[in-house]
Design a protein around this ligand. Structure first.
Ligand code: ADQ
Length: 458
């Protein structure tokens, strides 16, 4: 294959020895880049203030060149905090009520995509294969085409693609859809997202779905497909198996001794349904008093996007809610909810998943949700826990051995927790084996390979 060029909003630099291992996506992309040789370009995460950003910061490690750019303060505000995170993110998660559309932010989004194109173009060779990631960079292919580039360009959307009626509430939806038509391959997480995309083109009268996974719009024909992202299943299972000897995992085990552990792990985000989940836990204990003092619910939630006021507010809301529930149902010798506000290394996380009798993954809407897959991979084959999973997570399309719930139905989720905690070992094994077999076959490396194969032949 030709050289690979990956562009994503943020870039994962190679790990320094002693650092926590990177997530599965970074590992898979780094492996693909290393194999074919290539470039990974993106935002450094830093602002240059009011000054023009310095030239690209270029670092080479082995076969991979990392190219990072700073952005001005105005760019960060308008492109990243503005249009990407206050318009595209809420709309793609069906939260019309939270979208704050503004022309300034929209202009900033397109301007930064043009800026990325101008910085990237001089680094490119004619036969490079280009793979652009996620909602921050939808118009990047159109900008590169404008500059005369004819390379194969693929795009993968990590978040959901909403149905037409939701998408059309965004004033610039047509520009966004036009942006996607400049790719050779557009990848979505699930068949539902793909259907929504096709449906939007037809409803707006700007394109249609052809046979063999092809679409046509704005005079271009391109491929669209479902590529469900996954994890490094075997490696994650191995972390979990070895984690029993980890000090932090041992301490966690001691602290829940005699109680069943329920675990929730999410970036702090309104799409993850954390407040509904806490309500469901409280409901579960209220409806099942026999479980009082017999369960601990551990919610691990590192802060994210704390510069955005809604996210800061959310942090307070979740902490207060956990405190309120502990006050209401806790006893002198039992703290029902433990809420941790920080990031945890993958090996320890894997060990905690394995300790937990229930993995509670109940987003209101999620592109895929890798926590669900990690929880399954981490289980002890001889005594696996139960995954309680929102039907609105992309992962629900694959993880059919989970107890599927509607996270808006608090009582329904409470019943599923009770069912999970009382499920027989035989049923738990049956459900888990089916999911694990699927995840071992469909891991992150396969996802990466499938996408790149289809892009190369597009
Ligand atoms: P996210 O919304 O970030 O990703 P998710 O898929 O669950 O959601 O991935 C989160 C990752 O962060 C997991 O690997 C998890 O282990 C890790 N993580 C979460 N909390 C942590 C903690 N406290 N400490 C350490 N690690 C933690 C977006 C989309 C998803 C999609 C992914 C990948 O929103 O739907 O699955 O991209 O495409």
């Amino acid at each position: 294959m030709s050289r690979l060029v990956v562009i994503s909003n943020r870039v994962t630099l190679p790990q320094k020895s002693g650092e926590a291992p990177a997530g599965g996506l970074a590992v898979a992309l780094q492996a693909a880049l290393e194999e074919h040789g290539g470039i990974w370009m993106g935002w450094s995460g830093k602002s240059s203030g009011v000054k023009e950003p310095a030239p690209l910061d270029i670092k080479t490690h082995g076969n991979i060149t990392y190219a990072l750019t700073d952005l001005t303060k105005k760019d960060v505000e308008e492109y990243y905090h503005g249009f990407a995170n206050r318009v595209l993110w809420p709309i793609c998660h069906y939260r019309l009520d939270l979208a704050e559309y503004g022309r300034k932010e929209m202009a900033g989004y397109f301007r930064v995509n043009r800026f990325f194109a101008h910085r990237l173009a001089p680094l490119l060779k004619e036969d490079d294969i280009i793979w652009i990631h996620d909602y921050h960079l939808i118009p990047l292919a159109a900008e590169l085409r404008q500059m005369g580039l004819t390379n194969k360009i693929g795009f993968f959307l990590h978040i959901p693609w909403p149905p037409a009626d939701v998408l059309f509430t965004m004033p610039v939806h047509e520009e966004i859809m036009r942006g996607l038509s400049h790719y050779d391959l557009v990848g979505f997480q699930t068949d539902h997202d793909l259907d929504n995309f096709g449906g939007g083109l037809v409803r707006e009268g700007i394109g249609e779905r052809l046979s063999e996974g092809k679409f046509t719009s704005y005079g271009r024909t391109f491929k669209g497909g479902r590529y469900s992202i996954s994890i490094e299943t075997a490696a994650f299972a191995e972390y979990a198996r070895k984690a029993a000897s980890n000090v932090m995992v041992r301490k966690a085990k001691q602290s829940v001794e005699g109680r069943d552990l329920i675990i929730g792990v999410d970036r702090l985000d309104y799409s993850k349904g954390i407040t509904q989940r806490i309500d469901a836990f409280e409901k579960f204990v209220t409806l099942n008093p026999g479980f009082q003092n017999k369960v601990t619910y551990l919610q691990i939630t590192p802060k994210s996007r704390s510069e955005v006021p809604e996210y800061e507010q959310m942090q307070r809301t979740v902490a207060e809610q956990a405190g309120r529930v502990n006050g209401a149902i806790g006893t002198v010798d039992w703290v029902p909810i433990r809420y941790i506000n920080r990031s945890i290394g993958r090996p320890v996380l894997a060990g905690l998943y394995r300790l937990a009798r229930i993995g509670l993954v109940t987003p209101l809407r999620d592109g895929m949700n890798l926590v669900a897959k990690e929880y399954v991979a981490a289980q002890d084959p001889e005594n696996p826990g139960v995954l309680v999973l929102s039907r609105f997570a992309g992962a629900a399309r694959e993880l059919t051995g989970a107890l599927l719930v509607n996270p808006y139905d608090i009582e329904g989720t409470a019943h599923a927790i009770a069912r999970g905690l009382t499920m027989s070992l035989e049923e738990r094994k049956q459900r888990w084996e089916k999911m694990m077999e699927h995840l071992l076959k469909n891991d992150i490396n396969r996802w990466c390979r499938d996408f790149l194969q289809d892009l190369t032949s597009a």
